[in-house]
Design a protein around this ligand. Structure first.
Ligand SMILES: *Cc1c(COP(=O)(O)O)cnc(C)c1O
Length: 400
């Protein structure tokens, strides 16, 4: 490695770390001391804050984005014979819920450089059996919603947005979640977190009532009871439901974080700008492109593609090299249809989604979170350059 100064980071930099302040910890301690730790006033507050921010009539919190996907798909009546159209390039939790309900995943390919599904691809995938379309705002970039809405309106299919990455994302001046039904995740790697959790927003009163009911045993809850946090002890099951309610212990963290979301996104944007500028000079490390339509990007993930032909190294070696230099990475995502169960049980998808498969083999998430310093970001770029230089030196010097 002569000729390269290996300025190893002294500490490991993960690809993501939630921002938790001492005040957040104190607020959580207050909830623990209050005597009410499960679903209660903090969940109400979170739901009201998300409804206000997005402009949606209803916001419903639950234990995870995945849980809400399950509840929403069930509330929409997805079952055997029903098709659900969406990208394979997503977290496999969504296709899993479709499978568990007995539905059929119909995967659409994504754009090679934004990893977003186009309205044309969605249109081509819709059949008379299609019950819902699930576009994914990948990495915090919005899909072209006007075009997708036009297709779905013409074909008579509802939209359920996977906005797990997109709290704070705007499309043409409007916040995601205010128009169609959308699901946000509050998992610790997402832009704001409740530890584990998620929020669904919708303007559909009937859907909201069903999701609320399915979230808690199928018991009926009226608005007054929700406000009082009391349910009549004699409330009755309207249909069998699940147990997916968010505890106040979790809600308090997101209640604290939501007011900081815009500052977080601004900071993420600065880190991404450093990466984009500095990686432009690095061959074979290809950041994603941004969509062409007007938007505010939530900068949830900074994803690069490791192009072995141009940089002399495959993704696994690249990730190992960064890890050896104390830089953490992730893969978001191994395409759903490439997971073992899907390869074995839904083999007909292999080879049919070329842009998805090309990216699935090459994408790598590098560190991006609000508490990173500029120096951290520059250090990641240096670690990338040194990792690649190591590969080139090894090739030039022969196998050792
Ligand atoms: C995180 C994520 C989910 C699921 O959210 P959880 O809260 O972890 O269940 C769904 N879709 C995508 C694209 C995600 O990244």
């Amino acid at each position: 490695m002569s000729g390269y100064s290996v300025r190893m980071r002294a500490t490991f930099l993960p690809f993501c770390r939630p921002s938790i302040t001492e005040e957040d910890i104190a607020a959580l301690a207050d909830v623990l001391r209050s005597g009410w730790i499960t679903t209660g006033p903090k969940v109400n507050e979170l739901e009201e804050m998300v409804a206000r921010r997005t402009g949606a009539r209803h916001a419903i919190a639950a234990t995870s984005g995945t849980a809400l996907m399950h509840l929403a798909l069930q509330a929409m009546g997805i079952g055997p014979g029903d098709e659900v159209v969406g990208p394979s390039m997503t977290w496999v939790s969504t296709p899993n819920m479709v499978e568990l309900l007995g539905g059929t995943n119909v995967f659409v390919d994504v754009d090679r450089d934004t990893l977003l599904a186009s309205a044309e691809a969605i249109d081509a995938a819709i059949t008379p059996r299609t019950k819902v379309v699930i576009p994914v705002h990948y990495a915090g970039a919005p899909v072209d919603l006007d075009a997708v809405r036009a297709v779905c309106a013409r074909r008579g299919v509802p939209i359920l947005e996977d906005a797990a990455h997109a709290i704070g994302t705007q499309y043409r001046g409007r916040e995601i979640g205010g128009q169609d039904t959308a699901i946000f995740s509050l998992h610790p790697i997402k832009n704001i977190t409740s530890g584990e959790g998620g929020v669904l927003t919708t303007n559909d009163d009937a859907l909201a009532q069903k999701v609320r009911r399915l979230r808690f045993h199928g018991l009926e809850v009226d608005a007054h009871q929700r406000k009082q946090q009391g349910r009549s002890p004699l409330a009755e099951v309207q249909e069998p439901g699940y147990k997916q309610n968010m505890p106040d212990m979790n809600a308090i963290l997101a209640v604290r974080q939501l007011p900081r979301l815009d500052a977080y996104i601004a900071r993420r944007d600065e880190i991404c700008s450093i990466y984009r500028e500095r990686l432009a000079e690095v061959d074979g490390i290809l950041p994603l492109g941004d969509p062409a339509w007007p938007h505010v990007h939530a900068r949830h993930l900074f994803v690069v593609r490791v192009d072995e032909r141009a940089c002399g190294m495959d993704r696994a070696a690249f990730m190992e090299g960064l890890k050896a230099r104390n830089v953490g990475t992730g893969v978001h995502f191994l395409a759903s249809h490439m997971h073992r169960w899907y390869r074995e049980h839904r083999p007909h998808w292999q080879g049919r989604l070329p842009n998805t498969e090309w990216n699935s083999a090459r994408i790598c998430t590098i560190p991006c979170f609000p508490d990173m310093t500029d120096e951290d970001a520059h250090g990641v770029v240096e670690a990338i350059k040194e990792t690649l230089a190591g590969a080139r030196t090894a090739v030039a010097g022969g196998a050792r």
